[in-house]
Ligand binder design. Sequence first.
Ligand code: NAD
Ligand code: WQD
Length: 336
Amino acid sequence: MNVLVTGGSGYIGSHTCIQLLSAGHTPIVVDNLCNSNSLVLNRIEQVAGTRPLFLKGDIRDRAFLDSIFATHDIDSVIHFAGLKAVGESVALPLKYYDNNVSGTLNLVSAMDRAEVKSLIFSSSATVYGDPASVPIREDFPTSATNPYGRSKLMVEECLRDFQQANPDWSITLLRYFNPVGAHESGLLGEDPQGTPNNLLPFVAQVAVGRREKLGVFGNDYNTPDGTGVRDYIHVVDLADGHLAALDKMTHQPGTHIFNLGTGQGNSVLEMVHAFEAAAKRSIPYEIKPRRAGDIAECYADPAYAEAQLGWKAIRDLQTMVEDTWRWQSKNPHGYC
Ligand code: NAD
Ligand code: WQD
């Protein structure tokens, strides 16, 4: 299939392009490079043997999108492009609603004009808010605790309404848990700009000597060791989940919702210790106050995705931290 991949030079998008190429699909990457580097395209080519077509531009640009759909025979769109920093979204909510919500509406309108009717959207476990229990099933109530999460929830709701009004469309909402890890080659990985917001990139930068120590946000949660528990999923498993959704859902009209997680919860300290074993060095840390908005535990029930998509995550925690360390140690300053 010819697949338009918005945000295709970003962390999850780039790994998905590799899996698409290996499966014989043709990804066409659209990205404005606001949070990624065009060197990623070289790395994709090095790993997959083919360089995807790269079209630099913004998904909010109507003429740009119309010209893409007019000149390429697109079968389906995987839509990763978006901003994802929770703290920034609190300070700059309009930036997030404009990019994530208006950008998606602009994309769907362009697809509609071009009669491309299959979309896979990057949603997030953040739409479950603070869940009443774990593991989390797709039919749990949704809520938002910050503008980033609200932008994901708004898009989910807009897409659901749009699909209901256009029943021949297939729209798949993939709710990611905590993506981590890197390609096993060590050539692709996560390259956050500035101070990392997420746990594993921060730990990796401490391990490689870019940062002095990790702050552990709270050790008084009601969890086995008091630190927060999350469902960390290898980015290549996550990418494969998109391929499964593409194969199984493209020709099934409807709004389809799946958790992409492992079903396994790990604490902050478990992640630190697993990373120490992989990197063979200690990760200094100090306990800090809880981070505003954090929840104690969040992990998926992945059974519905497995039943419907025939997909489940197969890479274990050791692989996640080893692959992250290979990427970080080979590329201490990311793509540069
Ligand atoms: P990323 O920042 O690495 O990738 C997003 C890409 O989109 C970047 O390359 C950026 O340059 C591009 N982009 C942003 N706005 C754009 C615009 N207006 N036009 C064109 N390109 C634009 O992030 P990621 O981790 O790969 O996340 C991909 C998607 O998955 C995002 O929508 C994110 O919200 C969602 N998600 C991520 C996580 C996570 O923890 N990484 C978890 C759940 C959901
Ligand atoms: C994981 C755990 C922290 C950093 C966020 C977004 C969510 C989704 C994924 C996009 C928590 C602890 C972290 C640090 C720490 N993104 N931690 N020290 O918060 O589960 O989810 O990313 O959709 O929307 O909210 O991930 O990696 O930030 O935190 O102790 O320096 O690590 O408190 O328990 P989170 P995270």
